[in-house]
Design a protein around this ligand. Structure first.
Ligand code: A2P
Length: 277
């Protein structure tokens, strides 16, 4: 079953969760959450940007899943950054999700505008109990270093694009040294990497699918990860990774597939930070 990671603020977070990007229609949302819950997922990841918070709220209510078992993440979108906008938008997210609190609230992307004010709003929302933990997404080292110059508390999670074509090993090392859990989005590279012959060879040896090999690599790398699928068989398959182990050599082979290919956008480097910092 899924490991629990202890975050720097003392909260626990399932290492594996269910990503909900690009799942938007109500019936697909309800069915995928049901498949995922029944398969053992407890972490459900959404964002204001995904435009599915209301549908997820309806599904959680309809399925009557016990709130205390669930770990719900949402993220503040770029247009909603800024102190008052962030507070208002998170209250709106909670209304849509039909929840009193989320477990984890993230700043979705680093942007120059309202960089510190948005973080201050997250600190305040945590104080008010509207989120248990606060973190960031798509932050590079420079953003974390800049944030540290004014933050009262630091992010406990940094959710970033990570898969075998973008292994992020330096950032993971930096996060770990600063008590930040790295959480991988698009842990399967949106499916683009799955027919790599080296992965297929490892998969054949373990009698698993390439997707399971990649997720097991994520697990053994010590990061959290949130695969997405709308299909019951894949949802089950993606959490059926706890009964085998990759060797150190296999982990290294997968690390070497790194070729800097992103499936999402590149986080803005925000050159002014470099000037100011
Ligand atoms: P689908 O939702 O149709 O199953 P990521 O989590 O890296 O963003 O990857 C998600 C993509 O990978 C989706 O297109 C999803 O398609 C596909 N996918 C998810 N799980 C598997 C799997 N076990 N085997 C093959 N493709 C998968």
């Amino acid at each position: 079953s899924v490991n629990l990671l202890t975050l720097a603020d003392g909260q626990t977070m399932p290492q594996e969760g269910f990503g909900m990007y690009k799942i938007t229609d109500q019936s697909t949302i309800t069915s995928s959450i049901k498949y995922a819950y029944d398969a053992g997922y407890r972490l459900f990841d959404t964002a204001q940007l995904y435009k599915n918070e209301a549908e997820i709220g309806n599904a959680l209510t309809e399925l009557a899943l016990p709130r205390e078992e669930l770990f719900i993440t949402t993220k503040v979108s770029e247009p909603n950054q800024g102190y008052t906008q962030t507070i208002a938008s998170v209250k709106d997210s909670l209304k849509k999700l039909q929840l009193d609190y989320v477990n984890l609230l993230l700043i979705h992307w680093p942007i120059e505008r309202a960089f510190f004010d948005t973080w201050a709003a997250l600190e305040e929302l945590k104080k008010e109990g509207l989120t248990r933990s606060i973190g960031v997404s798509n932050y590079q080292m420079i953003h974390l270093q800049y944030l540290a110059t004014q933050a009262h508390e630091m992010p406990v999670v940094n959710q970033i694009e990570r898969h075998p074509h973008l292994n992020q090993l330096p950032l993971i090392k930096y996060d770990r040294a600063h008590q930040i859990v790295t959480q991988a989005w698009s842990p399967l590279g949106r499916g683009t990497i799955l027919n790599n012959p080296l992965l297929e060879k490892i998969a054949k040896k373990h009698q698993k699918s390439s997707a399971q090999i990649v997720l097991r690599w994520q697990l053994q790398s010590g990061v959290a990860f949130i695969p997405k699928s709308i299909h019951e068989a894949r949802i089950k398959q993606n959490i059926d990774i706890y009964n085998f182990q990759l060797s150190e050599q296999e982990i290294n082979v997968i690390n070497e597939l790194h070729n800097f290919t992103r499936v999402g956008k590149e986080p803005a480097l925000v050159y002014e930070y470099n000037l100011k910092y």
